[in-house]
Design a protein around this ligand. Structure first.
Ligand SMILES: Cc1cc2nc3c(=O)[nH]c(=O)nc-3n(C[C@H](O)[C@H](O)[C@H](O)COP(=O)(O)OP(=O)(O)OC[C@H]3O[C@@H](n4cnc5c(N)ncnc54)[C@H](O)[C@@H]3O)c2cc1C
Length: 378
């Protein structure tokens, strides 16, 4: 296998401690969390205490001020054991960066330190019942009235939506304009008129709380506007390459883990008097998948290198999101097949990872939207 060259000794030590945390504090509880439909709040506080939330935020806001490779390690270790219930990535690597990059001092000092400690959980609400891919079609409005904005509308499919203490809401401040009428707001659960809907039932990501959110005449103070009025769409576009890479990074970690589980399983399982691994079909299937996973790994690591230098463009990040999520699903589906009937039993990690992987092609911008973006660069 081609050696990875991204990480330093410090990253490797960090990986060891994240791995211990995942094995001791997450793995033993994940099944119970799947059954209840959400992870316990306690694991957020433990992760915060261990320094595993918002690590790239500056120290003055509770982070460790480290580079994004530490975040990469966190994603990889989480998906090595398929701890898909933890909404840490969205909280630390999507919500927190918006607050840091576009928030005023009040927003940064009110929310970021509590988020880093795991005392407040963040979410981002773009999608609505009638607008997902077509973000310009959002109907939630935030109309200025003196010192505050009056927020009305509803959101759906929101990750961390049931647990969240604060949510970045995409709303139209000027419904007569398209993209230029979109703004971002930090709304917290203490604001009257903000209610959460039920946790949505899903075929995978069962421990991850995904909810509807409702805003009924919520008075959002002017100081909770993120960036300038009308700049929301541009801010969203700015953050997208890293958000898309996060999904690609999870995909590769998941595909690599699935291959290892399947090699181990087929070496143990016997049929017709021999290891399932020894059938030529099994070996060739695994050889093909291992080749593609290796290709994906090299591509993703190169994209991460570019990202660290702020040189990763939207089209390439979209290629990574699209191609790696398709590869992940292909690998997991083939690995389920090689597990036979056990591959369809929930107690097997391959089964859960397969169910969890399907949505990777849908959220974060569907893969069809990724192809749109790629084609615009051709
Ligand atoms: C588990 C889960 C978690 C999520 N978490 C969040 C979250 O935290 N925050 C949030 O805001 N959203 C979240 N989402 C929503 C997600 O981002 C949207 O579902 C996604 O963007 C697609 O939007 P849609 O569901 O409205 O589908 P639609 O936009 O209605 O798309 C339907 C189909 O049409 C295709 N399509 C649409 N437009 C085009 C086009 N121009 N060209 C070609 N094909 C097109 C799509 O690719 C898709 O196949 C989550 C979704 C899920 C399932």
């Amino acid at each position: 296998m081609i050696e990875r060259t991204l990480f330093s000794e410090e990253h490797r030590q960090f990986r060891d401690s994240v791995r211990r945390f995942m094995e001791q504090e997450v793995a033993p509880h994940h099944e119970a969390w799947e059954d209840q439909g959400y992870v316990d709040r306690e694991v957020w506080r433990k992760a915060g205490a261990a320094g595993f939330l918002c690590p790239t935020m500056p120290e003055e806001y509770g982070g460790a001020g480290v580079d994004k490779l530490f975040s990469v390690v966190l994603f990889e270790e989480q998906f090595r054991i398929n701890a898909s219930g933890l909404g840490f990535g969205l909280h630390s690597e999507i919500v927190a960066p918006y607050l840091l990059h576009y928030g005023n001092d009040h927003i940064k000092s009110t929310y970021l330190p509590s988020m880093a400690r795991g005392e407040m959980i963040g979410a981002i609400a773009m999608s609505e019942p009638a607008a997902g891919s077509d973000l310009q079609g959002v109907r939630t409005t935030a109309i200025k009235q003196g010192e505050h904005y009056l927020l009305n509308g509803s959101k759906t499919f929101i990750t961390n939506g049931w647990h969240c203490d604060l949510v970045i809401v995409v709303a139209k401040t000027d419904p007569t304009l398209g993209a230029k009428g979109i703004s971002l707001f930090v709304v917290d659960t203490g604001m009257p008129g903000f209610t959460k809907g039920k946790r949505l039932k899903k075929p995978g990501l069962k421990a991850q709380d995904t909810s509807e959110l409702f805003f009924d005449n919520v008075k959002v103070p002017q100081q909770n506007l993120l960036g300038a009025e009308g700049s929301g769409f541009a801010s969203l576009m700015q953050e997208l390459p890293w958000e898309r890479m996060q999904i690609a990074i999870m995909s590769m970690a998941s595909a690599e883990a699935a291959l290892q589980w399947t090699i181990a399983y087929t070496r143990e399982r016997k049929a017709f008097g021999q290891e399932v691994f020894k059938f030529q079909h099994t070996r060739f299937t695994l050889a093909e998948l291992a080749t593609e996973v290796q290709i994906g790994r090299v591509f993703v690591d190169r994209c991460i290198e570019l990202l660290l230098k702020n040189q990763l463009d939207t089209a390439t990040a979209s290629m990574a999101k699209y191609w790696c999520t398709e590869l992940q699903f292909k690998v997991l589906d083939a690995c389920v097949q090689l597990h036979g009937g056990y591959g369809y039993m929930w107690e097997y990690p391959i089964t859960r990872a397969w169910a969890d992987s399907r949505v990777q092609r849908i959220y974060g911008g569907t893969n069809e939207i990724m192809k749109e973006l790629i084609s615009r660069s051709l």
